[in-house]
Design a protein around this ligand. Structure first.
Ligand code: GDP
Ligand code: MG
Length: 284
Protein backbone atom coordinates (compact mmCIF):
# COMPACT_ATOMS: atom_id res chain seq x y z
CA UNK A 1 0.00 0.00 0.00
CA UNK A 2 1.29 3.51 -0.82
CA UNK A 3 1.88 5.76 2.12
CA UNK A 4 1.46 9.51 1.99
CA UNK A 5 4.71 11.45 1.65
CA UNK A 6 4.91 14.88 3.19
CA UNK A 7 6.45 17.79 1.30
CA UNK A 8 7.37 21.29 2.43
CA UNK A 9 7.76 23.93 -0.28
CA UNK A 10 9.86 26.99 0.50
CA UNK A 11 11.14 29.75 -1.79
CA UNK A 12 10.57 33.28 -2.96
CA UNK A 13 7.21 34.55 -4.13
CA UNK A 14 6.48 33.78 -7.78
CA UNK A 15 8.91 30.87 -8.11
CA UNK A 16 6.17 28.26 -8.46
CA UNK A 17 5.46 26.84 -4.98
CA UNK A 18 1.68 26.95 -5.24
CA UNK A 19 1.68 25.51 -8.75
CA UNK A 20 3.74 22.58 -7.46
CA UNK A 21 1.46 22.17 -4.43
CA UNK A 22 -1.62 21.99 -6.66
CA UNK A 23 -0.03 19.54 -9.07
CA UNK A 24 0.88 17.23 -6.20
CA UNK A 25 -2.46 17.31 -4.39
CA UNK A 26 -5.07 17.83 -7.12
CA UNK A 27 -3.25 16.41 -10.15
CA UNK A 28 -3.58 19.49 -12.36
CA UNK A 29 -4.07 23.27 -12.34
CA UNK A 30 -7.58 24.65 -12.67
CA UNK A 31 -8.91 28.05 -13.65
CA UNK A 32 -10.79 28.97 -10.47
CA UNK A 33 -10.84 26.38 -7.77
CA UNK A 34 -7.20 25.55 -7.01
CA UNK A 35 -6.52 24.40 -3.46
CA UNK A 36 -3.44 26.65 -3.38
CA UNK A 37 -3.99 30.06 -5.02
CA UNK A 38 -1.64 30.76 -7.93
CA UNK A 39 -0.65 34.35 -8.50
CA UNK A 40 1.31 36.39 -10.98
CA UNK A 41 1.80 39.21 -8.53
CA UNK A 42 5.21 39.71 -6.97
CA UNK A 43 3.82 40.80 -3.61
CA UNK A 44 0.67 40.31 -1.62
CA UNK A 45 0.49 36.55 -1.57
CA UNK A 46 -1.12 34.86 1.41
CA UNK A 47 0.66 35.34 4.71
CA UNK A 48 -0.27 31.94 6.08
CA UNK A 49 1.02 28.45 5.44
CA UNK A 50 -1.40 26.39 3.37
CA UNK A 51 -1.72 22.69 3.93
CA UNK A 52 -3.46 19.99 1.95
CA UNK A 53 -3.37 16.20 2.05
CA UNK A 54 -4.27 13.88 -0.81
CA UNK A 55 -3.68 10.26 -1.81
CA UNK A 56 0.09 10.41 -2.45
CA UNK A 57 1.27 13.67 -0.94
CA UNK A 58 0.57 16.01 1.91
CA UNK A 59 1.91 19.43 1.07
CA UNK A 60 2.79 22.54 3.05
CA UNK A 61 2.98 25.64 0.85
CA UNK A 62 4.80 28.43 2.68
CA UNK A 63 4.95 32.22 2.67
CA UNK A 64 7.38 33.66 0.09
CA UNK A 65 10.78 34.53 1.53
CA UNK A 66 12.66 37.66 0.62
CA UNK A 67 9.78 39.53 -0.98
CA UNK A 68 11.81 42.69 -0.82
CA UNK A 69 15.29 42.93 0.63
CA UNK A 70 16.73 41.09 3.61
CA UNK A 71 15.72 43.02 6.68
CA UNK A 72 12.36 44.07 5.24
CA UNK A 73 9.41 43.45 7.52
CA UNK A 74 7.80 41.08 5.03
CA UNK A 75 10.89 38.91 4.95
CA UNK A 76 11.17 38.85 8.75
CA UNK A 77 7.44 38.14 9.06
CA UNK A 78 7.73 35.24 6.65
CA UNK A 79 10.62 33.73 8.62
CA UNK A 80 8.73 34.13 11.89
CA UNK A 81 5.58 32.62 10.37
CA UNK A 82 7.47 29.60 9.00
CA UNK A 83 9.34 29.02 12.28
CA UNK A 84 6.22 29.32 14.40
CA UNK A 85 4.20 26.96 12.21
CA UNK A 86 6.80 24.22 11.82
CA UNK A 87 8.01 24.35 15.42
CA UNK A 88 4.62 22.78 16.18
CA UNK A 89 4.84 20.06 13.53
CA UNK A 90 6.15 17.05 15.42
CA UNK A 91 5.51 14.29 12.86
CA UNK A 92 8.30 13.40 10.43
CA UNK A 93 8.48 15.10 7.02
CA UNK A 94 9.92 13.48 3.87
CA UNK A 95 10.82 16.14 1.31
CA UNK A 96 11.94 19.62 2.28
CA UNK A 97 12.07 21.50 -0.99
CA UNK A 98 13.60 24.81 -1.94
CA UNK A 99 11.83 26.10 -5.07
CA UNK A 100 13.44 28.39 -7.67
CA UNK A 101 12.20 29.31 -11.14
CA UNK A 102 14.82 28.54 -13.79
CA UNK A 103 13.70 31.35 -16.09
CA UNK A 104 14.32 34.16 -13.60
CA UNK A 105 17.76 35.57 -12.81
CA UNK A 106 19.72 34.16 -9.88
CA UNK A 107 20.25 37.10 -7.51
CA UNK A 108 21.63 37.87 -4.08
CA UNK A 109 18.04 37.69 -2.75
CA UNK A 110 18.08 34.02 -3.78
CA UNK A 111 21.20 33.47 -1.69
CA UNK A 112 19.60 35.24 1.28
CA UNK A 113 16.36 33.29 0.98
CA UNK A 114 18.18 29.96 0.68
CA UNK A 115 20.44 30.76 3.64
CA UNK A 116 17.35 31.43 5.71
CA UNK A 117 15.72 28.20 4.52
CA UNK A 118 18.84 26.25 5.48
CA UNK A 119 18.95 27.87 8.90
CA UNK A 120 15.30 27.16 9.69
CA UNK A 121 15.41 23.53 8.54
CA UNK A 122 19.02 22.88 9.65
CA UNK A 123 18.18 19.68 11.53
CA UNK A 124 16.57 18.14 8.45
CA UNK A 125 19.21 18.86 5.81
CA UNK A 126 19.36 15.18 4.85
CA UNK A 127 15.90 15.61 3.30
CA UNK A 128 16.55 18.74 1.22
CA UNK A 129 15.62 18.84 -2.49
CA UNK A 130 16.09 21.74 -4.91
CA UNK A 131 13.18 22.04 -7.36
CA UNK A 132 13.79 24.18 -10.44
CA UNK A 133 10.46 25.20 -12.02
CA UNK A 134 9.68 26.41 -15.57
CA UNK A 135 12.62 24.26 -16.58
CA UNK A 136 13.82 20.87 -17.77
CA UNK A 137 16.65 18.43 -17.10
CA UNK A 138 18.77 19.72 -20.00
CA UNK A 139 18.71 23.26 -18.64
CA UNK A 140 19.59 21.99 -15.18
CA UNK A 141 22.52 19.99 -16.58
CA UNK A 142 23.85 23.07 -18.38
CA UNK A 143 23.45 25.27 -15.30
CA UNK A 144 24.30 22.83 -12.56
CA UNK A 145 27.32 24.84 -11.37
CA UNK A 146 25.25 27.98 -10.86
CA UNK A 147 22.53 26.03 -9.06
CA UNK A 148 25.08 24.40 -6.76
CA UNK A 149 26.81 27.71 -6.15
CA UNK A 150 23.53 29.29 -4.99
CA UNK A 151 21.81 26.37 -3.31
CA UNK A 152 24.46 23.83 -2.33
CA UNK A 153 25.05 20.22 -3.15
CA UNK A 154 21.57 18.71 -2.89
CA UNK A 155 19.44 16.63 -5.23
CA UNK A 156 17.91 18.74 -8.00
CA UNK A 157 14.61 18.08 -9.81
CA UNK A 158 13.55 20.08 -12.87
CA UNK A 159 9.84 20.55 -13.66
CA UNK A 160 7.62 22.63 -15.91
CA UNK A 161 4.00 23.38 -15.05
CA UNK A 162 2.84 26.03 -17.57
CA UNK A 163 -0.63 27.31 -16.69
CA UNK A 164 -2.98 29.29 -18.93
CA UNK A 165 -2.05 30.54 -22.33
CA UNK A 166 -1.90 34.33 -22.19
CA UNK A 167 -3.90 34.62 -25.43
CA UNK A 168 -6.45 31.91 -24.57
CA UNK A 169 -5.21 29.81 -27.45
CA UNK A 170 -6.98 26.44 -27.14
CA UNK A 171 -4.23 24.47 -28.89
CA UNK A 172 -1.64 26.04 -26.57
CA UNK A 173 -3.79 25.20 -23.52
CA UNK A 174 -3.90 21.57 -24.58
CA UNK A 175 -0.14 21.51 -25.23
CA UNK A 176 0.45 22.99 -21.75
CA UNK A 177 -1.83 20.40 -20.15
CA UNK A 178 0.18 17.59 -21.73
CA UNK A 179 3.44 19.16 -20.50
CA UNK A 180 1.97 19.40 -16.98
CA UNK A 181 0.90 15.75 -16.95
CA UNK A 182 4.33 14.58 -18.12
CA UNK A 183 6.05 16.72 -15.52
CA UNK A 184 3.75 15.64 -12.71
CA UNK A 185 4.72 12.05 -13.40
CA UNK A 186 8.40 13.02 -13.53
CA UNK A 187 8.14 14.95 -10.24
CA UNK A 188 6.39 12.12 -8.42
CA UNK A 189 8.89 9.52 -9.64
CA UNK A 190 11.93 11.70 -8.96
CA UNK A 191 10.83 12.46 -5.40
CA UNK A 192 9.94 8.87 -4.57
CA UNK A 193 13.20 7.60 -6.15
CA UNK A 194 15.12 9.57 -3.54
CA UNK A 195 13.56 7.27 -0.92
CA UNK A 196 13.99 9.81 1.83
CA UNK A 197 12.92 8.53 5.22
CA UNK A 198 10.74 10.92 7.24
CA UNK A 199 12.78 13.23 9.45
CA UNK A 200 11.74 15.13 12.57
CA UNK A 201 12.11 18.85 11.94
CA UNK A 202 13.24 20.01 15.39
CA UNK A 203 12.55 23.61 14.42
CA UNK A 204 12.86 26.29 17.07
CA UNK A 205 9.98 28.74 17.43
CA UNK A 206 11.04 32.42 17.23
CA UNK A 207 11.37 32.67 21.04
CA UNK A 208 13.25 29.37 21.31
CA UNK A 209 15.52 30.57 18.49
CA UNK A 210 16.35 33.70 20.49
CA UNK A 211 17.06 31.51 23.51
CA UNK A 212 19.35 29.36 21.34
CA UNK A 213 21.39 32.41 20.34
CA UNK A 214 21.73 33.45 24.00
CA UNK A 215 22.76 29.91 24.95
CA UNK A 216 25.68 30.07 22.50
CA UNK A 217 27.07 33.00 24.48
CA UNK A 218 26.35 31.43 27.87
CA UNK A 219 28.06 28.21 26.78
CA UNK A 220 31.42 29.97 27.01
CA UNK A 221 31.01 30.68 30.71
CA UNK A 222 32.41 27.73 32.71
CA UNK A 223 30.06 26.02 35.14
CA UNK A 224 27.13 28.26 34.26
CA UNK A 225 27.45 27.34 30.59
CA UNK A 226 27.55 23.63 31.31
CA UNK A 227 24.69 23.80 33.78
CA UNK A 228 22.64 25.92 31.41
CA UNK A 229 23.13 23.42 28.59
CA UNK A 230 22.15 20.51 30.78
CA UNK A 231 19.02 22.20 32.07
CA UNK A 232 18.00 23.32 28.61
CA UNK A 233 18.65 19.79 27.28
CA UNK A 234 16.02 18.48 29.64
CA UNK A 235 13.60 21.27 28.73
CA UNK A 236 13.95 20.52 25.00
CA UNK A 237 13.60 16.79 25.65
CA UNK A 238 10.81 16.64 28.21
CA UNK A 239 8.79 19.74 27.48
CA UNK A 240 9.34 20.65 23.84
CA UNK A 241 9.89 17.19 22.33
CA UNK A 242 12.92 18.38 20.32
CA UNK A 243 15.38 15.59 20.86
CA UNK A 244 18.01 16.64 18.33
CA UNK A 245 18.38 19.97 20.11
CA UNK A 246 18.34 18.28 23.53
CA UNK A 247 21.12 15.92 22.41
CA UNK A 248 23.29 18.84 21.19
CA UNK A 249 22.80 20.69 24.45
CA UNK A 250 23.51 17.61 26.52
CA UNK A 251 26.73 16.98 24.62
CA UNK A 252 27.85 20.59 25.00
CA UNK A 253 26.99 20.50 28.69
CA UNK A 254 29.02 17.34 29.18
CA UNK A 255 32.02 18.46 27.09
CA UNK A 256 32.37 21.64 28.97
CA UNK A 257 31.28 20.09 32.16
CA UNK A 258 33.67 17.39 33.34
CA UNK A 259 36.14 19.77 35.00
CA UNK A 260 33.27 21.95 36.12
CA UNK A 261 31.55 19.02 37.81
CA UNK A 262 34.75 18.29 39.69
CA UNK A 263 34.89 21.88 40.84
CA UNK A 264 31.29 21.69 41.98
CA UNK A 265 31.99 18.37 43.67
CA UNK A 266 34.82 19.93 45.65
CA UNK A 267 32.27 22.35 47.04
CA UNK A 268 29.20 20.19 47.38
CA UNK A 269 30.42 16.68 48.03
CA UNK A 270 31.01 13.49 46.07
CA UNK A 271 27.46 12.96 44.86
CA UNK A 272 28.05 15.66 42.24
CA UNK A 273 31.07 13.98 40.65
CA UNK A 274 28.92 11.80 38.42
CA UNK A 275 27.52 13.95 35.64
CA UNK A 276 24.46 11.74 35.32
CA UNK A 277 23.71 12.02 39.02
CA UNK A 278 24.27 15.72 38.73
CA UNK A 279 21.74 15.90 35.88
CA UNK A 280 19.36 13.81 37.97
CA UNK A 281 19.60 16.41 40.72
CA UNK A 282 19.02 19.16 38.21
CA UNK A 283 15.89 17.46 36.89
CA UNK A 284 14.30 17.06 40.31
N1 GDP B 1 5.73 28.09 -17.49
C1 GDP B 1 5.73 27.88 -16.15
N2 GDP B 1 5.15 28.80 -15.34
C2 GDP B 1 5.16 28.57 -14.01
C3 GDP B 1 5.75 27.40 -13.44
N3 GDP B 1 5.60 27.46 -12.10
C4 GDP B 1 4.94 28.62 -11.84
N4 GDP B 1 4.67 29.29 -12.98
C5 GDP B 1 3.97 30.59 -13.09
O1 GDP B 1 4.59 31.50 -12.19
C6 GDP B 1 3.61 32.33 -11.54
C7 GDP B 1 3.73 32.18 -10.03
O2 GDP B 1 3.42 30.83 -9.67
P1 GDP B 1 2.96 30.40 -8.19
O3 GDP B 1 2.77 28.93 -8.23
O4 GDP B 1 1.79 31.22 -7.71
O5 GDP B 1 4.28 30.79 -7.36
P2 GDP B 1 4.45 30.99 -5.75
O6 GDP B 1 4.33 32.46 -5.50
O7 GDP B 1 5.83 30.50 -5.45
O8 GDP B 1 3.40 30.20 -5.07
C8 GDP B 1 2.25 31.88 -12.09
O9 GDP B 1 1.92 32.73 -13.16
C9 GDP B 1 2.53 30.47 -12.61
O10 GDP B 1 1.66 30.10 -13.68
C10 GDP B 1 6.35 26.45 -14.33
O11 GDP B 1 6.89 25.40 -13.92
N5 GDP B 1 6.30 26.74 -15.68
MG1 MG C 1 2.00 30.85 -3.65
Amino acid sequence: MNSVNSVILVGRTGDGKSSLANMMTQGDLFDDENKFPISNKAVGETSVIEYCIDRDFEVYDTIGLCEARKGSTLHEKAIKGIRTYFSRVSKPVHYICYVKKGTTRFTKEDRTAFKEFKKIFSKAESNFVIIITDSNQEWVNENVNTIRDYFGNYNIIAVDFPFRDRYNNVAMDERNRIIRMKNREHLSKSLLNLCYKGVKLNILSPSEYREDKVSKIIAFVPVIGATYNLISASVYHFILDKDAIAADRFKQGMNLGIEDFKTIAAHFGNSFVSPTRFLGKLLK
